[in-house]
Design a protein around this ligand. Sequence first.
Ligand code: PLP
Length: 397
Amino acid sequence: MQLAARARNIGASPTLAMNARAKEMVQQGIDVLSFTVGEPDFDTPIHIAETGIEAIKDGFTRYTPAAGIPELKEAICTKLKRDNNLEYEPSDVVVSNGAKHSIYNALQALIEDGDEVIIPAPYWVSYTEMVKLNGGIPIVIPTMADNGFKLTPEQLEEKLTDRTKAIFINSPNNPTGAVYAKKELESLASILVPRGIVIIADEVYEKLLYDGAVFTSVASLGPDVKEHTVTINGVSKTYAMTGWRIGYAAAPRALARAMANIQSHATSSPNSIAQLAATAALTGDQAPVQKMLAEFARRRELMVTKINTIPGMSCRKPEGAFYVFADVADLFGRTIRGQQINNSTDLAELLLSEAHVALVPGAAFGLDEFIRFSYATSTDVIERGLARVKNVLAEAQ
Ligand SMILES: *Cc1c(COP(=O)(O)O)cnc(C)c1O
C-alpha cells in the first residue's frame, strides 16, 4: 500500500518516542524517573469534574453545535475580556478538541500549498508537522538564550518572503518558558501586520507566570493586530484538564467561520460533557489555579538551583510554563562509560540507560544544544532524578 506523501513526510512525536522507551524500562522493573511530562500532574479541580459527572447524569450526551455550546462560547468571550482585554463575540469563537486541534483547524483554513510559516525555535514539536500536513513549508528561526529565547525583529525580517503566510508566537513558551514583553510583541507585529501575515498566538500557558512576569495577549495590541491574529487557548494546562480535550480559538469572523465548517466535517462537535466542564472551569472559582501555580513555583526554584550545580549543565530561570530548557553544549565531545556525547539525543539516551532518567532532547524542539526538563512532577522526583543526573555526568571525561 502506497501512503500519501503527507503521511510519509512526518515523523512520530519525539517526546512520545522517549516516553515509550522509558515505559518499556519501567515494565522491566527499572525505576525510571521521568521529566518528559507535558501536562500538569494535578487532578482536575473537583467542582469541574463534578460538573462533568452531572452532565452525564442529566443526559447532556448528544452532539452539540459544531463550534461549541453557546454557554461555553459566552464564557470564553467573558474570559477573553476579563483576562486579556479582548472583545470577541461568540461567533468569533470556535471550541475544539484541544488547543492542538484549534491550531490544526486554523492551518487548514489558512495555508495553501507552498505557503511559508515562520516558527521560532525552540518550538512545540507539533507546529512543524502540522504545517507540513497542510502543505505549508515551516521556516524555522533559531532564537538565542542571550535574547531570552525570543525572536528579534531583525531575525524575522531576514526570513520574510512573498510566500510568508503566517507565524507562530508561543508565549509563555514550551520548552523555554520565555514570555514576550508587550514592547517585543509590538515590534514584531509592526513588521507582520502591514504585510498581512497571520499571527497564530498560542497562549495556553498564560496563567503559569513567575516572579512578576506579565503576559500580554497578542491580539490586545490593537484593532489592526487583532484583525491579523488567531488567539489559541484551552483548559488543558490552566485547569489540569488535558484528558478532557477542550481548546478554543478566537479569530476574525471569516476565519472563525471557516474553521467551524472544517471542524464540522472532520469531527463534528467537541465532547458535550467536557464542554460543560470547561464552562465550569472558566466561570467558577479560580483559586485552584493559584494553588497549582504556587506549587509549580516551588518546584521551579528547586529545579533551577539543582541544575545549575551540575557540571556541564546550566539554565536560565524560565518566566513561565513548567519547563526548564538547560544548555548542555559543554558536554558535547565528552565520553561517559565509553559512550561519546555528540548531541542532545546522545545525552538523553545516555541519561535514560545509565541514570534511569527520562528527558526530551532539545533536537526535538529544533535546538540541539539543550535538553528539556519538565517540573510537572513531584519535588521528590526532582531531587532524586537530578542527583542521578549529577552522579552520572560527574564521570564525564
Ligand atoms: C500542551 C500544549 C498545547 C495544547 O494542548 P491541548 O491539550 O491540545 O489543549 C498547545 N500548545 C503548546 C505549546 C502546548 O504545550
